[in-house]
Design a protein around this ligand. Sequence first.
Ligand code: ADP
Ligand code: MG
Length: 400
Amino acid sequence: MGTDYENIIASREPTFELRAFTELYLELAPLLRSPTSLCIDLSYPSHFGPSGMVPLIALVDHLLDGGWDIGYVPPEDGSHLATYWESAGWRQALDDRELPNPRSRKTYLPIVRFADHPRLNVCVQSAMDVLSTTSEYPGGVLNALQWALTEVTDNVLVHSGARGWLQVVARPKQGMVDLVVADCGAGIPATLRQRYPQIASDGDLLQIATERGTTRDTSVGQGNGLAGCLRITEALSGWMNIASRNAHLRRGDDGVIRVNTLTDFPGSIVALTLRTSEPINLTDALWGYTPPSAFEISHLTQSGILFVLENETAIYGNRATGSELALRLRNIMNENPAESVIVDFAGIEVMSASFLDEFIAKLANRVGIATFFSKVQLINKSPLVERTLNEVLTQRVRAE
Ligand SMILES: Nc1ncnc2c1ncn2[C@@H]1O[C@H](COP(=O)(O)OP(=O)(O)O)[C@@H](O)[C@H]1O
Ligand SMILES: [Mg+2]
């Protein structure tokens, strides 16, 4: 494969993350002047991450639009990498086939494309659903993730003039989450120059973009999005990368910000890797501003946070769903320590003991039965659900 193309470029990095992408892009950049045919050989890397693949897919999509003839060599058929490419939606994105359902995976959001706010909202909500059912996060973390995700993706729709690509990956074992957003639109330096025409260097413009209150247009934005993301990255000891046009800004977990040159990437890439094992005071990170809670929008009522079980799942039989919902409930409690939670069982006649054990009994036991029931009210239980729940609670308490 690849022999019919005028140009072939290959990644020689074992790990295809953002650095490998920018290196590949360096080879590609000189060809960008006019459409040609190109084959991208990705058979060598043995590991692929969203910070490499999301920008690559945004770029290929953009070049195909521009009349390019692009092929690629994927990881070997039948390998675990090939399977992962398919579940992550990378294969489909590169082949211009339908992308996977955003909710199809347990620990990550497959790559999604968004071109308007209704679609973006579905994608962000799916990402939050995936995250909140994968791990328990200390207070503030999920809100911070949602805030950053919303700001960076919103920027694509508000500033870039192009569609955006997004992927979110939870790495519970490492206690990290990756958020990667890419577009092939105007680019950050180009839009920001509208307001700061005297600043010539793209690197300086990227740095300015991450300062509080810098926006291309005060009637469009307040200029706190990228600055807030940087503050969140600092608070969560993470990494932030912004690559656009001729500059690449990175903040390492050592806290140092470095700016390197890039060869005119036709758009913007923002990649955050955040540590999710310590709590964050989001209000402090955002200079005293408290954004609405990630869960409030869908759940908050007068008397507390309403958790309508029927809206969360249709499966009440197995342990896996029970423990996912327990994580979500726990995360809601962590994010809203001052609120009480009402779990509404309405409409569900039967639930298995193993589901209720995972969903309520284990959680209640871990938090402390008294504390749990002082915070959480269970309403509209059917007689059968009530009886099963009492049984599993009694067993749990006896077992511990
Ligand atoms: N994806 C993007 N494409 C083009 N320009 C962008 C993009 N993201 C950010 N920018 C530029 O960076 C500036 C700062 O972004 P941000 O900190 O989110 O503030 P705001 O969106 O309120 O202007 C924007 O005003 C815009 O000029
Ligand atoms: Mg913004």
